[in-house]
Design a protein around this ligand. Structure first.
Ligand SMILES: [Zn+2]
Length: 84
């Protein structure tokens, strides 16, 4: 996968592959797929970089998404795409 996607629960990094509960693991994978599906063709036109994502929260049920990129232009582009 070209798009880096990280999870952080309660301030600790979480690898979806390490989640024991198959339902929760599937839930995390679904988040990744739904976002990557929408942004995988996106690259910064200036720096030729992919966006990066961090999904974080106190629990798997309460996650919010942060978008990172090489510059504000890319981050705005990605946010607009995900809002659409
Ligand atoms: Zn850029």
């Amino acid at each position: 996968m070209e798009i880096p996607f990280a999870f952080e629960i309660g301030g600790k990094p979480l690898n979806p592959a390490d989640v024991k509960d198959p339902e929760q693991s599937a839930q995390l994978q679904q988040i990744v797929d739904s976002i990557v599906d929408r942004v995988e063709d996106m690259k910064c036109p200036v720096h030729n970089e992919h966006p990066r994502f961090l999904c974080h929260g106190d629990s798997i049920e309460e996650l919010s998404l942060e978008v990172y990129g090489c510059c504000d232009g890319l981050v705005d582009m990605v946010r607009n795409r995900l809002d659409a």
